[in-house]
Ligand binder design. Structure first.
Ligand code: XMP
Length: 527
């Protein structure tokens, strides 16, 4: 936990949206971190928070295993703001009641303000908010007034300004809530008197200090994958402890053209970080020989990675810590959400690393409270180049799942060359859009783009000769989070140039096809 002058603590009740709250607060330049909902009040007080926010959550407050909180939190003299479940538990703990609404309320709702409200401030009398609930406060606790309603919800927000307690049934942290940011700003700046002074650079000093204190004079290793998360972790840990960090880069030969060289250049030349480049290309080629099933490929590649990594790690003497680029969404995906999203379940993620018998390292995960774009901002602040910070998502199993069927050296060579052309052309296309719009992921930018090599051959004609060679499929999608994606509506001249260049420049390819399927029903990758 940070030692910021101004800290907002978010108590996590297992929210679907609540994980976003800390993020939104940081977007408003105030530092925020998450704690499990049942953290005792004196432990919370020890962090000297300037404000406390109670997140939403999927449970009903009256359920047997409903996430609970220490009611003394309301007596700390610190302003408290609750959202959704946070409003309901505030009501119940302070003597109000919660009941079922006749119908649930999900999605957009029209909010009608009533009376004075410090929280809602000068936002409009009628506004659109985002709701997601079945239960709602039916009677507010003594001292509270109802400050808004919807047609379904009798208490859409409530407050007791004399005790500095505020709550909304709706979700101000969700973009669909029209005045969400204004409401959060009213709370942070108007009610709590905070200043919007926090910036990403402060995180670096903070994290550097924490890492130094924890590591002392010990040694740390880190598995560098070429991706942004491990790269930012490496740069951060290196800033903290210098050469006590060794990075191990397992090169499985399935990265894109030029990538291993780029990783080596940035880390050894620019940052001067000791780097062990493990050439495991042959080992992986043997492991994948004859394997055609996509899941089998994934399992073999993933399992081998840790084997190779730990073999190297054990060659280094006296290493106590393993630094990892775990980010907040990884924790959610690894099951925290299923178990109620309490921050305490973060620890379960640690068990995912298959330490060999007798081997154990303590983990350092300095990015585990951050979202991807915050990690990128941190990377830039640490001096990492755009080629790493804005690297598009790339699957762990690498090009192996973009070669349909068996992976062979010949196919890998073709795919790497074709993929390099797709990237070169679409990097340039994205850069043009960025120049025009000032946004990195604007309406028509491609979010992920690559070449796929199917397991077929096709007839063609080059010069006077008939050819029987491989086709390449170009996949380019627009997306924000990979959960859904649409095929990119690329200009014909861009598609045309990619096609002519691939056929002219890549030996063994005589045809190019463009994938025009969205996700769903297709996935982004082909395997
Ligand atoms: P799909 O193909 O499921 O991909 O639409 C969604 C996102 O996840 C990436 N992806 C993977 N990432 N290991 C990974 O680390 C994998 O096995 C894997 N499969 C897909 C994909 O590139 C896309 O960004």
């Amino acid at each position: 936990m940070a030692t910021q002058d101004q800290l907002v603590i978010v108590l996590d009740f297992g929210a679907q949206y609540g994980q976003l709250i800390a993020r939104r607060v940081r977007d408003l330049h105030v530092y925020s971190e998450i704690l499990p909902c049942d953290t005792p009040a004196d432990e919370i007080a020890a962090h000297h928070p300037s404000a406390i926010i109670l997140s939403g959550g999927p449970a009903s407050v009256y359920a047997d295993d409903a996430p609970d909180m220490d009611a003394r939190v309301f007596e700390l003299g610190v302003p408290v703001l609750g959202f959704c479940y946070g409003q309901q538990i505030m009501a119940v703990k302070l003597g109000g009641t919660v009941g079922h609404t006749e119908v649930g309320e999900y999605g957009h709702a029209d909010l009608h303000r009533q009376g004075e409200s410090r929280l809602l401030g000068d936002t409009p009398a009628e506004q659109t908010v985002w709701m997601s609930h079945r239960d709602a406060v039916s009677q507010v606790p003594e001292g509270f007034s109802v400050t808004s309603t919807t047609d379904v919800c009798p208490v859409a927000s409530m407050e007791d300004a004399s005790r500095n307690l505020y709550a909304t049934q709706f979700h101000p942290e969700v973009r669909h809530t029209q005045c969400g940011n204004d409401i959060l700003s009213n709370f942070l700046f108007g009610i709590c008197g905070l200043e919007p002074t926090w910036k990403m650079d402060d995180v670096i000093d903070e994290k550097v200090a924490q890492i130094r204190e924890r590591v002392g004079g010990e040694k740390v290793i880190l598995a560098l994958s070429g991706g942004v998360d491990s790269a930012v972790t490496a740069a951060l840990v290196h800033k903290a402890i210098g050469d006590q960090l060794t990075c191990v880069f397992v090169n499985h030969g399935l990265l894109r053209k030029g990538e291993p060289e780029s990783v080596e250049r940035v880390f050894t030349q620019q940052f001067g970080i000791p780097l062990v480049h493990v050439h495991a290309e042959k080992r992986y080629a043997e492991l994948l020989a004859g394997v055609t099933d996509p899941e089998q490929k994934r399992r073999r590649i993933g399992g081998e990675f840790w084997k190779v990594f730990f073999e190297e790690a054990q060659k280094l003497d006296g290493v106590k810590f393993l630094a990892q680029g775990t980010i907040y969404p990884d924790i959610i995906e690894s099951g925290a959400r299923k178990t109620g999203g309490k921050a305490s379940t973060i620890k379960s993620h640690h068990n995912l690393i298959p330490f060999p018998p007798g081997v154990h390292f303590e983990l350092i995960e300095p990015l585990d409270h951050f979202f991807k774009d915050e990690v990128r901002a941190l990377g830039t602040a640490l001096g990492l180049p755009d080629e790493i910070v804005y690297r598009q998502p790339f699957p762990g199993p690498g090009l192996a799942i973009r070669i349909i069927g068996e992976v062979t050296p010949e196919k890998l060579e073709i795919l790497k060359n074709a993929d390099a052309i797709v990237r070169e052309e679409l990097d340039a296309y994205n850069a043009r859009l960025f120049e025009q719009t000032g946004e990195r992921n604007s309406e028509h930018s491609c979010w992920q783009y690559f070449a796929v090599l199917p397991d077929i051959k096709s007839v063609g004609v080059m010069g006077d000769e008939r050819t029987y060679q491989r086709p390449i499929i170009v996949r380019a999608v627009e997306s924000t989070d990979a959960m859904t994606a649409d095929w990119a509506k690329l200009p014909y001249d861009v598609i045309g140039r990619i096609s002519s260049r691939i056929v002219a420049e890549v030996d063994g390819v005589n045809r190019v096809a463009y994938d025009v399927t969205s996700k769903p029903p297709a996935t982004i990758e082909w395997e």
